[in-house]
Design a protein around this ligand. Structure first.
Ligand code: PBG
Length: 324
């Protein structure tokens, strides 16, 4: 073999580009937006430099900037003014996410895909992702499904293009599919957070979305980071219930899961490059310990290489500028 085979021959100059196996395109990116009912001007999130909570009055402008960068989609998270135990402000016609969707759609129509996160944690005063038995301190699966259906339908009515349930309740995809279909939204896709791990990397998000919890943690519904076969069981169920796109979350510590999901199912697969993954790169770059742009590119290309078709990332705008 050696010296006949020399792999270095293809690593130089433009030849390197010619044999590149994976490419990163702006078409794969989804930018998250936090829209907050309690503020009148954008407020930077301390643990996520460069990412802002924005008021409703700014949401259309922000969406326009994102669309102008060529990014095809946003995912919306709402921070409501009112929270209660039942998450009542999550499904009203005039609630924060519904209003935000309407404003973005009025401004941009089909120029931007609007995905909405369907969960209760930003809307409940206990901060959990579902209906809770406060005495037993238990998160109740089946009563939550009904609320999820209402949230999804309210988002679709406001004009959302895709709904993305993230609460890890059993049966969430089926319940939402049924609710959407009964309301005439049989053509609205469901992008399911199928394999969502109980991860410390959501920390900065909880600060951003004011969704920290008052008791316990999310380990009774989110997955154990030690498991991988279980992720496939989750995906099997969600596909059977009618999920159109599968999300694996977080991304970088779970590249093996992205790979297995994509390889085994061939479903449109998204990876969520979460808040903590963003914060780590920002913090290291701020200290001069990492080259920020290179770290962003290497992270995103690795997520693609693992098999993700879509990447939800707080770096979407930065990456879009870099790819221009
Ligand atoms: C809501 C939700 C969370 C994230 C997305 N949707 C937080 C959580 O489950 O605690 C995390 C996103 C991120 O960290 O960037 N359930």
């Amino acid at each position: 073999m050696f010296p006949d085979v020399r792999l270095r021959r293809l690593r130089k100059g433009k030849i390197r580009n010619l044999v590149r196996e994976t490419t990163l395109s702006v078409d794969a990116l989804v930018q998250p937006i936090f829209v907050n009912e309690n503020i009148y001007s954008p407020v930077e999130i301390p643990s996520m430099p460069g990412i802002y909570n924005i008021p409703l009055s700014e949401v259309a402008n922000e969406a326009k900037e994102i669309a102008n960068l060529g990014i095809p989609a946003v995912i919306l998270f709402g921070v409501p003014a009112f929270k209660d135990a039942k998450g009542s402000s999550s499904y009203g016609e005039k609630d924060i996410v519904q209003e935000a969707v309407r404003r973005i759609k009025a401004e941009l129509g089909d120029k931007l895909v609007v995905i909405t996160d369907v969960c209760m944690c930003e809307y409940t005063n206990h901060g959990h992702c579902g209906i809770v038995d406060l005495e037993k301190k238990e998160i109740l699966n089946d009563p939550t499904l009904e609320v999820l259906g209402k949230i999804a339908v309210s988002h679709a009515k406001a004009g959302a293009d895709i709904v993305a349930p993230s609460c890890m309740m059993d049966g969430m995809v089926g319940a939402i599919r049924q609710a959407l279909d009964l309301s005439g939204f049989e053509n609205i896709p469901i992008m399911s957070y199928a394999a969502k791990y109980h991860s410390c990397f959501y920390g900065p998000f909880r600060e951003a979305a004011e969704s920290g919890y008052s008791f316990g943690d999310r380990s009774t519904y989110q997955m154990d980071p030690a498991n991988s076969n279980e992720a496939l069981r989750e995906v099997t169920l969600d596909v059977a219930e009618g999920a159109d796109i599968i999300i694996v979350k977080p991304a970088l510590p779970y590249l093996d899961i992205i790979y297995r999901v994509k390889t085994d199912y061939g479903m449109p697969t998204a990876a969520y490059n979460v808040s903590g993954e963003y914060a780590m790169i920002k913090a290291a770059a701020a200290n001069g310990w990492l080259d920020e742009k290179k770290a962003i590119y290497e992270s995103l290309i690795s997520i693609k290489r693992a098999g993700a078709d879509i990447i939800i990332t707080y770096f979407a705008k930065d990456a879009a500028r870099m790819l221009k």
